[in-house]
Design a binder for this molecule. Structure first.
Ligand code: GLC
Length: 797
């Protein structure tokens, strides 16, 4: 069963059956202001931080599931009938109105045909420059498709938030008297009386025919957004109050001749009436069109950095549009703003952010660099990373922003620093490939010498920060000589403490490989020798201590018991250790083939690869929280999406393109568009996990958008399956594809030049390059061209 389809030309996903069992979300905003919005226009906005500066309110985990939102209602003034332009909140039955929702690149559009009136509401946040205040625009078009003149009212409505998530959700004896509503400059304002400059507004490009600033006045007693009193009566009474729950509701009356179309603009932003005036001025009709075009051009530019044409339609669709888009949303908003993470946490998760930044430096170089620098600042001088930290607090020294009237202890810099007891063994290691990939992409070798402070004390060059991370990890070894798991490794629920983690050992080897590549290129010989030795020693230990006969162990508990062995009844085979054994290069070929065969045999499902199998059912705290998680859910035997691409990389390194594609296809959201009765999640977004075989809801996907699987899927598919990898001094094209492919084409922009790549697979190989031509001349490797368009032909063996 499906609920929508892909409109590739418009780069939109179109939901034409709006009664989706879970709401399908999208993200608006590309800079400071963000909105997460459902296909029903439900959702919320924030400025900079979803925890500290919420603009509109959301009722998390609620019934209905995605209320309230950024709504537009239409009322027929002749007969009093009314409806919303998005299907919800009025929720008219199919016979009464036809609805469609379109999620695009940083905008969403809601279309409705009802009572001879065609309505469209587009929500987007223009890209601002300099000190401009960001606003969200509701661009509303109403067309009279009936044959008589119509008199209508258009209402824009939002429920404001008390800014601070805690204020919004608790201690209402205080919160309800700390915010008020006002009306000035034809705009409804919400004021947070306890904060400096804490104003937000809803305005229109018109003088309103009515307004409400008090939620209860607009909605009315014992009603909801489905049947608000203000819309039902067609009269807004002009309420404002100091205290209560402020809302923004504006009414505009329209008369439309048959066939006539009119446009109404609403602006949701922060600031007072003068900010509303500036929004009106900047985004009049022409300004709004300009801003929307600019947003389109912005995405053209990003997506244009790599476009591929393969025989696989859904892979093209994913890599050219949705997978990159999702990865960008992650780099931009990190993890804490969705319908699942509803803004109660702020800042950056160390490992997630590092991996996000590692995967898309070609499309998002500035933001990736910024994130990397923030993470370097979040590294302790001992070498480990602060697992979750707010860079703003670190930069300012203390949190001088929000002062709650309810006394809530402040976060200061010191309380954010944590000791090794809370360190996750993998966090800082991800930073090394992220840094090296950034330099490979940008060619900015001087970045290695940029000096950045540590979180606690002292400062060092980026190069020395990397060495600190390596030194820390090489010093943290357990009884078998393998790196310790500490509070957790990549797997939050594997809590080994002093036990040992194969995943971290292999990741350490991989990170060292990236470091050595840079050391070799920069001729930093002393470092090269030192870290090569450490790495080779660790490889030897891993091959000896972690090989179980058919696959690799996941590690050892602190008492030395093996985890993930053939002898175990639960958690026999794990994805992390086996994929990383291959990716790191530590496994020899025989071991690699064997352990990835075990992954296929034990972990493969048509919905993707499970993280481990069989799921744990016996509580064992020496392994960790994973044994307390329901079987088939999240880290315990679910198809955890994030590590799935690791298996694609591993198979590509082994040269098995058919197998890599089998795994890729199983997880690819676009492949599941017609299976929505099972998947129940956006078909354009990777989800954090899909229920595994040991769960009754096997195949159901959960937690869209905010997941590291997106960046990794993009990284694995483009760099390993299609094999297009920038190096310090040349471009590698070394595909590993299904044998049935005749080849593929790609256009890659890199350091100012454009590479038009054609891969020819005449003999239907899975891997191996026989010949490369650059602009018609045979070359050993593709050089860095300073500019221009260059034609690259890669003939496979
Ligand atoms: C979640 C976390 C991520 C972690 C993963 C596995 O996705 O955000 O940091 O690696 O779970 O536990």
């Amino acid at each position: 069963m499906r609920y929508g389809y892909f409109d590739d030309a418009a780069r939109e996903y179109v939901i034409d059956r709006v009664g989706v069992p879970v709401s399908f979300t999208n993200y608006l905003g590309t800079q400071r202001m963000g909105t997460v919005i459902s296909h029903n226009a439900g959702g919320y906005s924030w400025l900079d931080s979803p925890q500290h500066h919420r603009i509109t309110r959301f009722r998390p985990n609620g019934v209905p599931m995605d209320w309230p939102g950024h709504y537009v209602y239409i009322r027929d003034e002749e007969n009093g009938k009314y409806w919303s332009l998005s299907w919800q909140p009025t929720g008219l039955p199919e016979e009464a109105a036809k609805y469609e929702a379109r999620h695009g690149m940083s905008y969403s559009r809601f279309l409705c045909d009802c009572e001879g009136i065609h309505g469209e509401q587009t929500l987007f946040i223009p890209r601002e420059s300099g000190d401009e205040d960001p606003v969200e625009i509701f661009d509303v078009h109403v067309t009279n498709r009936s044959d008589r003149e119509r008199t209508l009212s258009v209402f824009g409505y939002v429920e404001f938030s008390f800014h601070e998530i805690d204020m919004d959700n608790q201690n209402f004896q205080m919160s309800l008297y700390a915010a008020g509503s006002h009306y000035e400059h034809d705009a409804v304002l919400c004021e947070l009386h306890y904060e400096k400059n804490a104003w937000q507004f809803l305005a229109g490009n018109f003088v309103p025919d009515g307004f409400e600033g008090v939620r209860e006045a607009f909605i009315g007693p014992y009603r909801t957004e489905r049947n608000p009193l203000g819309v039902e009566t067609g009269r807004l009474g002009g309420s404002t109050e100091l205290g209560g729950n402020p809302c923004g509701a504006l009414q505009k009356k329209l008369t439309l001749k048959p066939g006539e179309e009119k446009r109404v603009l609403f602006y949701l932003g922060t600031g007072r009436g003068d900010a509303a005036d500036r929004a009106r001025e900047r985004y009049d009709e022409a300004g709004t069109d300009r801003a929307f075009e600019e947003l389109r051009r912005f995405w053209d530019g990003k997506l244009g950095m790599l476009q591929v044409t393969t025989p696989h339609e859904n892979m093209n669709r994913s890599l050219n549009i949705w997978n990159l888009y999702q990865s960008e949303v992650n780099v931009l908003f990190s993890r804490f703003s969705s319908f699942i993470e509803v803004g109660g946490r702020t800042g950056l998760g160390y490992r997630d952010t590092a991996q996000d930044a590692m995967c898309i430096p070609h499309a998002e170089p500035e933001m990736c660099r910024k994130r990397i620098c923030q993470l370097l600042h979040g590294q302790m001088s001992e070498g480990y990373g602060l697992h979750l930290f707010d860079p703003a607090v670190l930069e300012k020294g203390e949190d001088d922003g929000f002062k709650s009237p309810t006394v809530i202890p402040e976060t200061d810099k010191k309380s954010m620093l944590h000791g090794i007891r809370d360190a996750c063994a993998d966090d800082a290691l991800w930073l090394i490939p992220a840094i090296v990939e950034y330099v490979r992409e940008s060619g900015d070798l001087s970045f290695f010498d940029t000096v950045i402070p540590f979180a606690d004390e002292g400062k060092a060059s980026v190069w020395d920060h990397m060495k600190a991370a390596l030194d820390f990890s090489y010093s943290q070894t357990g009884a078998h000589g393998v790196t310790k798991g500490l509070r957790a490794d990549w797997n939050d629920c594997l809590n080994l403490g002093g036990g040992e983690s194969a995943m971290v050992a292999f990741l350490l080897i991989w990170a060292t490989n990236h470091f050595l590549d840079a050391a070799c290129f920069l001729e930093r010989g002393e470092d090269e020798v030192k870290y090569r030795q450490l790495k080779e020693q660790m490889e030897k230990i891993c091959r000896q201590q972690l090989w179980d006969g058919e696959w690799f162990l996941r590690g050892f508990t602190a008492k030395g018991a093996p985890i993930g062995s053939a002898a175990a009844r639960e958690g026999k085979v794990h994805m992390e250790s086996n994929t990383w054994a291959v990716i790191s290069g530590a496994a020899d070929r025989k071991q690699g083939l064997s352990c990835m065969d075990a992954v296929d045999e034990w972990l493969y499902t048509p919905w993707g690869l499970m993280l481990n199998a069989p799921s744990f059912v016996t509580l064992d705290d020496s392994i960790g929280f994973v044994t307390r998680v329901y079987p088939g859910v999240k880290e315990n035997g679910a198809i955890f999406s994030h590590p799935n691409p690791w298996a694609w990389v591993a198979e590509c390194m082994l040269g098995r393109g058919n197998r890599a594609m089998k795994f890729y296809d199983a997880l690819l959201p676009e492949n599941q568009n017609d299976k929505m009765e099972i998947r129940q999640a956006e078909p354009y977004s990777y989800c954090q996990f899909v229920m595994g075989k040991d769960h009754t809801a096997h195949g159901r996907a959960r937690h869209p958008f905010m997941t590291g699987s997106s960046g990794w899927a993009y990284y694995a598919a483009t760099r390993y399956m299609l094999g297009i990898r920038p190096e310090f001094d040349g471009l590698t094209v070394d595909p590993c594809i299904p044998a049935e492919w005749d080849g593929f084409e790609a256009v890659r922009k890199w350091r100012g030049a454009e590479y038009r790549i054609t891969v020819i697979n005449r003999n239907h190989a899975e891997k191996g390059v026989a010949r490369i031509l650059a602009d018609g001349k045979p070359v050993d490797r593709i050089p860095v061209f300073p500019d221009g368009v260059h034609w690259i032909t890669v003939e496979m063996k």
